[in-house]
Write a protein that binds this ligand. Structure first.
Ligand SMILES: [Zn+2]
Length: 79
């Protein structure tokens, strides 16, 4: 009897790239996120505005990106 189960380590798939959308001019730029830290400021390449996280968000990716920062991705929140 051949019974093979894949018992590899469960890897958490984390998206490392997020597209930031500038709230001032709408410019979009894809940025690579550091895996274990947050980016608090991001300067828009379109208009030069300095993006900051919204109140309650830990970094610009959570507020303006298409994907929240890696630390947030690893946390399962209950609404
Ligand atoms: Zn801008």
């Amino acid at each position: 009897m051949a019974c093979s189960t894949e018992a590899g380590p469960v890897a958490l798939v984390i998206e490392r790239h997020s597209v930031l959308t500038c709230p001032a001019c709408g410019h979009r730029s894809q940025e690579e996120m550091p895996e274990d830290s947050c980016l608090f400021f991001h300067e828009c390449a379109g208009c030069g505005a300095r993006l900051r996280p919204l109140p309650g968000d830990c970094c610009v990716f959570c507020s303006w990106g298409t994907v929240p920062c890696p630390p947030k991705q690893g946390i399962r929140e209950t609404a």
